[in-house]
Design a protein around this ligand. Structure first.
Ligand SMILES: [Ca+2]
Length: 120
């Protein structure tokens, strides 16, 4: 009589160290990190992070939203400040630019075609 091989065990998943996974499990929800330039180059000072769970940003974190997969800076209201257009798979946004940076005050949802239609 032959001995049966040991029963296969369920694979053990390693701890989640994938940088694309968010801690709240809205994997690949995305976001945009805005860095500002100076004479010395880009810097972290005054940088801003925008995601669906940022105060004032419409929507909620959602798996596969990929917020920020396409972005554009355009002064579409012609006030002299570049406005940030951010595309996500669930919706796209226009964040107004101000003299102090991009703001969620007055954020608007826009058609994604508006964002992709802008030249880079
Ligand atoms: Ca503007």
């Amino acid at each position: 009589m032959r001995a049966l091989p040991p029963r296969a065990q369920q694979p053990q998943h390693p701890p989640d160290d994938d940088p694309h996974h968010s801690p709240d499990r809205a994997d690949e929800a995305g976001g945009v990190h805005v860095l500002y330039g100076a004479k010395s180059g880009l810097g972290a000072q005054g940088s801003q992070w925008f995601a669906r769970n940022s105060p004032g940003v419409p929507g909620a974190l959602a798996t596969g939203d990929y917020v920020g997969h396409t972005v554009r800076l355009r002064d579409t209201d012609r006030d002299g400040m570049a406005d940030l257009y951010v595309m996500g798979d669930n919706s796209s946004l226009r964040l107004p630019g101000t003299s102090k940076g991009v703001t969620t005050t007055g954020v608007q949802q826009v058609n994604g075609d508006v964002v992709t239609g802008m030249l880079q």
